[in-house]
Design a protein around this ligand. Structure first.
Ligand SMILES: [Zn+2]
Length: 582
């Protein structure tokens, strides 16, 4: 077919599609495409679609929504092979999006056993034994978070209050085991781990650390302070020495672990805040072979020269059925507040000798910004302090002014934790997205006032209300594995500003529940240039849906944290289903 004829035929088809969409905005009759593949009924659906904010039912054909309405509206779409899921009044929302976290690091963190909840040394050992049964021979088993004060009884035997490695040697004879204490200041290793790290036959103590020994001078496995550095180094060097295919297999396992965790939390899409080209190549393979079941929006973290050299491969938009998009660059302007590395306009209240610092010269960041605007890539810069935020806004403004031809770049500031009141309005004016983490507010609140003083904390710390009021788009997330990749805890923090410990942190800055839901859905879709396809529940959109056990839009504040994802749909496919279990 000649191109002109093909174009005409395509245009005619488009007109038909558009006419159908206009004539039947919320339902399609079976005649217009046959029965639905999947129908959700008897739900409490919050669509975020202004045309129909609330509904009972959603019908899906293929990967897209074909109808949103009442149970009666979708009834004609139920055919003999339509799967019907009864939501029994539960809340369904547009699929939740993790707006800033670290995908492979999350998976890696899941490979490390969490031991904080164990109430005895025997329980810790049992967990290691279970891990050893599924571990490849010789593979490291790592754990963290154990604390002898939390145990119902002291470990038997123990030396200097620490358990000994004997039980670990029996539990995992073929695997090196290394378990870090909750404080981070001690750890325990089994015999294989001591052997692999060269500590088994060491005499004396390494600088800055102490090897606990039994009466005969043999290491018990407990390593205090820097004594475990050789273990850490052994793990790193063994990982570096892996053959490429082994390394890839390990990364793939990390990705799959992260994916399971996200889907079980109701997350359908994930903004990965910094990946290497090696990681991106793997994610691309996974997208193409069908093993990527959620949607990834990946920010590249590689030097400018590397990105420029691969410019012809970029951007990757919606590869493999919308599973992988790579169209953004990640950079850092400053550090974090906890370590006083955040770059502030004025000195820290609890250390007047410093105002933090930038971690990258502005000129270098500017070169990246020029590359990004030239290549049509989105720039995402980490900025925590109010000085860092101002510098990045200044830079973005300069670049946008110099290239008025580049429309709608949607550049982002990652974290935007401390924003001077004079700068709050600039996010909206410049169209810069504030990619913030509600849960960080809850975690940091107990010490923010000490760091920056009462006035700066009140006016500019996690200033969601001020930012929204002045037109900013806020994207929410958890920065996992820094925090658990838990949208519910983050949502609760966003709408209550309740700190760990219970106090409220400048509650006048909290988001409304609808704003918080938008920050986890529609705003995140917009920040990924995907608002045409996702972010709200309406006919024609991709069927990305999260169903929750509680109506987090209306239950009292104290019931929000108890909510759980019970159903996760990505592109019409049921990727997590705990409905039967509840
Ligand atoms: Zn991060």
């Amino acid at each position: 077919m000649p191109p002109a004829a093909r174009d005409r035929r395509l245009a005619a088809a488009m007109v038909l599609v558009a006419a159908c969409a206009l004539a039947v905005p919320t339902r399609c009759r079976p005649g217009s495409g046959g029965p639905a593949d999947l129908v959700l009924v008897r739900g409490n659906v919050a669509t975020l679609d202004p045309g129909r904010p609330r509904a009972q039912a959603i019908a899906v054909r293929g990967e897209r929504i074909v109808a949103v309405g009442t149970d009666e509206d979708v009834a004609p779409l139920v055919g003999p092979s339509t799967r019907v899921i009864d939501l029994a009044g539960r809340l369904a929302v547009p699929g939740l999006v993790e707006g800033h976290a670290h995908f492979l690091s999350l998976g890696r963190s899941k490979r490390i056993l969490e031991l904080g909840g164990e109430s005895s040394w025997d329980d810790v050992v049992a967990k290691v034994a279970a891990a050893a049964r599924s571990a490849a021979p010789g593979a490291w088993i790592e754990g963290r978070g154990w604390h002898q004060e939390r145990w119902s009884a002291p470990a038997e035997p123990s030396v200097e209050g620490f358990p000994t490695r004997a039980a670990l040697d029996r539990a995992a004879p073929a695997n090196p085991v290394w378990l870090r204490h909750a404080s981070g200041h001690a750890s325990i290793a089994n015999g294989a781990a001591l052997e692999r790290s060269g500590l088994a036959r060491s005499r004396g103590n390494p600088p800055g650390g102490r090897i606990v020994r039994d009466a005969r001078g043999a290491p018990t496995g407990a390593l205090v302070e820097a004594a475990d550095d050789p273990v850490r180094r052994a793990i790193e060097s063994e990982r570096a020495a892996l053959a490429p295919e082994e390394r890839e297999a390990e990364l793939r396992r990390d990705a799959l672990r992260a994916q399971e965790e996200c889907l079980s939390k109701g997350i359908v899409a994930f903004h990965d805040a910094g990946a290497s080209f090696e990681t991106i190549a793997l994610l691309r393979k996974m997208a193409l072979d069908g093993s990527l079941r959620l949607r990834l929006h990946v920010m590249i973290e590689e030097p400018d020269e590397e990105i420029a050299a691969r410019a012809h491969e970029l951007p990757i938009v919606g590869a493999a059925g919308g599973r992988l998009t790579v169209r953004a660059i990640k950079r850092y302007m400053d550090g974090a507040l906890g370590s006083r590395g955040a770059w502030m306009l004025r000195p820290y209240a609890d250390d007047p000798g410093t105002a933090g610092m930038s971690v990258e010269p502005i000129e270098k960041l500017e070169a990246t910004a020029r590359l990004a605007i030239e290549q049509g890539l989105q720039l995402c810069v980490h900025a925590i302090g109010d000085r860092a935020n101002r510098e990045v806004l200044d830079l973005y403004e300069r670049v946008f002014r110099s290239r008025p031809d580049k429309k709608d770049p949607r550049w982002r500031i990652e974290h935007a934790q401390h924003v001077d009141p004079l700068d709050a309005g600039r996010f909206g004016r410049l169209g810069v997205i504030a990619a913030m983490q509600g849960i960080h507010c809850a975690s940091d609140a107990p010490w923010v006032v000490a760091r920056v003083g009462e006035r700066r904390a009140r006016e500019g710390a996690y200033a969601w209300r001020s930012l929204i009021a002045s037109g900013a788009t806020i994207v929410n997330g958890t920065d996992a594995p820094v925090e658990a990749v838990d949208p519910i805890a983050c949502f609760a923090a966003s709408v209550t500003r309740r700190a760990r410990g219970g106090s409220l942190f400048f509650p006048e800055q909290r988001m409304t529940r609808e704003e918080a839901l938008r920050s986890y859905t529609a705003n995140a879709a917009w920040a990924a240039f995907e608002e045409k396809d996702r972010g709200t529940l309406a006919p024609g959109k991709l069927a990305d849906v999260t169903v929750l056990s509680e109506d987090i839009l209306s239950v009292p504040d104290d019931r929000i944290p108890g909510a759980r994802a019970v159903l996760t749909l990505v592109g019409g496919a049921v990727e997590y289903d705990a409905l039967g279990a509840r």
